[in-house]
Design a protein around this ligand. Structure first.
Ligand SMILES: Cc1ncc(COP(=O)(O)O)c(C=O)c1O
Length: 387
């Protein structure tokens, strides 16, 4: 049929050579997915079962990233979300209903805590917080209506390493599902499913992306039942990740092993050096005995990453601690972590229930890929200016 040029803008007859092969995963964008005929049209989310039906449920780029994360975490299947926090809320929406009780460690990532306190409670879910050190004593926190217990190990900012197998054993005896934020380990330094976890999530924004230029999350399940519950919830919540971001994450993933190794070595070296400094009372790094739960890190993890915290000596005021951060030149100040740039953020725990009494004295560092001696020199000059 002859076509006007305006129609050709939409239905082109141009042809290009076939057979392009490259080392990168193609970026497949699309909301509309074409069906071969009228009878084939269906709105079903499980693209593994029914084939592609709608961009919301993932294009090949999204599913490639999901498959690769799942492979690394040894799970059944993975869903990709537009950010780590979205993965957290989707898990809660999928597995909790009014009248249920959820348990969350006091050391959890703050927006996870706030989602529970402000949104879950609004919908009739009972929310309880437990000390991250609970281990098998988690049993004392279970109620007859407890459905989900969250773990985050190590915890955010205060880095407590949890006894996840003990929590999982107690939870399973009570029929409670164990969900874990496994972002710190990049899903590779802690094998969550081998330690009893049922569902994991990661902020892929961090180590998998690795370059501070995207926001993505993942949820990985141990079994098909949990995967179905999550998939059907994601369909109705309608949170789809951008294939462009997934493509960036797929690129980031290729260098994950070398980035992690370099970051691990530099972070350990700096943590040990800082532990000896007179200005520092304590270094909270899971691989150091000064970190709560260090024995569980030694037993359960196969490596450490680049985020740890410093607790300054009580003689330093809030202005001095903030002054230390402001004096840093290579370490930048900003949220998120796990990129190639070193970062420092000062926190103030005064009045935060359930957190250790570090007040204004805690600073979280993210170690990037700069030269180690330059980073040490930067920390050293900022410490020297505190006196
Ligand atoms: C431990 C942890 N979990 C989840 C998130 C949320 O990830 P996102 O920023 O991708 O929403 C963060 C972000 O800082 C985090 O540190």
């Amino acid at each position: 049929m002859p076509k006007n040029w305006k129609t050709k803008l939409i239905h082109s007859d141009a042809r290009i050579p076939e057979g392009f092969r490259s080392l990168s995963v193609g970026v497949e964008r699309g909301s509309t997915v074409l069906f071969p005929d009228a009878a084939s049209v269906k709105d079903e989310w499980d693209q593994y079962e029914v084939g592609y039906t709608y961009g919301l449920y993932g294009t090949p780029t999204t599913l490639e990233l999901a498959g690769r994360v799942c492979e690394l975490e040894h799970g059944y299947r993975t869903l990709i979300t537009p950010g780590g926090q979205c993965a957290i809320s989707l898990i809660n929406l999928a597995f909790l209903k009014a009248g249920d009780h959820v348990l969350i460690p006091e050391s959890v990532y703050t927006p996870n805590r706030k989602f529970a306190a402000h949104i879950l409670r609004k919908f009739g879910v009972e929310v309880g917080f437990y000390p991250p050190e609970a281990g098998s004593a988690i049993t004392n926190h279970f109620r007859t209506n407890t459905r989900v217990v969250w773990c985050e190990s190590p915890g955010s900012i205060t880095l407590e390493v949890q006894n996840v197998p003990a929590i999982a054993e107690a939870a399973h005896q009570h029929g409670v599902m164990v969900v874990m934020d496994n972002t710190w380990s990049a899903g590779v330094y802690f094998d969550a499913f081998a330690h009893g976890v049922d569902v994991t999530m990661q902020a892929l924004t961090k180590y998998i992306g690795g370059h501070s230029d995207l926001l993505l999350g993942s949820i990985t399940t141990r079994d098909e039942k949990a995967w179905r519950q999550l998939g059907s919830t994601q369909q109705l919540v309608g949170c789809a990740a951008s294939p462009d971001d997934c493509s960036l994450a797929l690129r980031g993933m290729k260098s994950l092993a070398v980035r992690l190794k370099a970051i691990e070595n530099a972070a350990l070296e700096l943590a040990r050096w800082l532990n000896e400094r007179p200005e520092i009372e304590r270094v909270l790094h899971p691989a150091l005995p000064s970190c709560p739960g260090h024995e569980f890190w030694k037993r359960d993890f196969i490596g450490s990453t680049g985020v740890f915290s410093l607790v300054f000596h009580p003689r330093f005021s809030k202005a001095q601690v903030q002054g230390f951060v402001d004096q840093l030149q290579l370490f930048k100040i900003g949220y998120s972590w796990a990129g190639v740039t070193s970062l420092a953020v000062a926190y103030d725990f005064h009045g935060t229930p359930g957190r250790p009494d570090f007040g204004h004295r805690i600073v979280r560092l993210n170690i990037g890929l700069e030269d180690l001696s330059d980073l040490q020199a930067d920390l050293s000059q900022a410490l020297a200016k505190m006196a």
